[in-house]
Write a protein that binds this ligand. Structure first.
Ligand code: MN
Length: 338
């Protein structure tokens, strides 16, 4: 039996107590999942909302953009999560916003009325958040794990629907505990798996594709360009982030492929979904190099994304070359020649 790790427990702060200290109870609170939210963002936002209402706060739950994932929409229905587009929440200047799984310095957050008073996230922030409360735990596989710790540290019981929502977020972001898993994610999984409904979670997560998505896969297989272990896929047309991520994961399943870029878009911008299973090529670092001067992006070691405005898009082959260079493959080629 491994011994408990008191060192970590001692240094851990009780997140919810600290957060509540920064909230004015007389003003409305909105917990906001990032734009075009995923399971982790909604699970985290839901769990936080259920915890905040116990502190007699007036809390609403919102998201920017639209929910593009059918699987997530089904989960919201099954768990009866009362989450709405932020434009329906009638935010005022008085509103206190708590942003989860992303933050307002990030391009995927809708500009809204109200003040961002807190950020809870597991992504490396592009710059330090300036709001009064920021809890960024970069090594965590999912934001859901942070909320799991909020409940643990506060000794608060967890409703089954909350446990299920967090379990779903954790399983989604870690690809069923196979990607970017920290020790604390395992602790969370151990508890959430037993308290939440893992069968419902697995069924919803494993049925995220529709027959209508097959065309995108067909196109991806035809369009994919392989250079050593790097697979580049430019899709013609607009696809949801979810389908792009699933295509990227599909290519990562190929034993020869360790780094994948899927790009799609045509109107305002081109969007990217990026995956890596080689620690020598972290997604966030490679994306940063490849999009330098033409777009923005970020993520973690194993997964990331980005966007490029249409007028700056260097073309499919131009973008592929930028990634080849960011991966350092072009230098290797020169060395070989000499
Ligand atoms: Mn996340």
């Amino acid at each position: 039996m491994p011994s408990p790790r008191p060192d970590r427990l001692e240094t851990r702060v009780n997140g919810i107590t600290r957060l509540v200290e920064h909230i004015d109870p007389k003003r409305p609170v909105v917990v906001q999942a990032h734009d075009f939210p995923d399971h982790d963002a909604v699970g985290t936002a839901f769990a936080l909302t259920r915890l905040l209402v116990r502190h007699d706060l007036n809390v609403a739950l919102g998201y920017g953009g639209v929910i593009q994932s059918e699987s997530l929409r089904d989960a919201i229905g099954a768990l009866e999560i009362d989450i709405r587009p932020v434009r329906e929440l009638e935010l005022t200047e008085d509103s206190q916003l708590i942003v989860v799984d992303g933050f307002s310095g990030n391009s995927n957050m809708t500009g809204t009325d109200g003040t961002v008073i807190a950020v809870i996230d597991h992504h490396p922030p592009p710059w330090a958040p300036e709001c009064p409360y920021a809890d960024i735990r970069e090594g965590y596989g999912a934001c859901s794990t942070i909320l799991y710790e909020y409940y643990q540290d506060a000794g608060e019981p967890m409703e089954p629907a909350v446990a299920t929502a967090l379990l779903m977020g954790l399983m989604m972001d870690t690809a069923f505990m196979t990607r970017g898993v920290a020790e604390v994610d395992l602790d969370a999984f151990n508890v959430l798996f037993r308290y939440g409904d893992w069968q419902l979670s697995a069924r919803l997560l494993k049925n995220s594709l529709s027959l209508s998505d097959l065309a995108a896969f067909r196109q991806a297989i035809d369009a994919c360009v392989i250079a050593r272990m790097f697979s580049f896929i430019a899709l013609q047309g607009e696809y949801t982030p979810e389908v792009m991520a699933l295509i990227a994961d599909f290519f990562l399943n190929l034993r020869e492929v360790h780094f994948v870029v899927v790009v799609s878009g045509e109107r305002d911008e081109h969007r990217l979904s990026v995956r890596s299973e080689d620690n020598a090529y972290p997604c966030d670092v490679v994306i940063h190099h490849a999009l330098n001067g033409i777009g923005s992006g970020g993520g973690h070691m194993h997964m990331g994304g980005g966007s490029i405005p249409r007028d700056l898009y260097p073309g499919d082959e131009g973008l592929r070359k930028r990634f080849i260079s960011a991966l350092g493959f072009d230098k290797d080629e020169e060395e070989k020649k000499t």
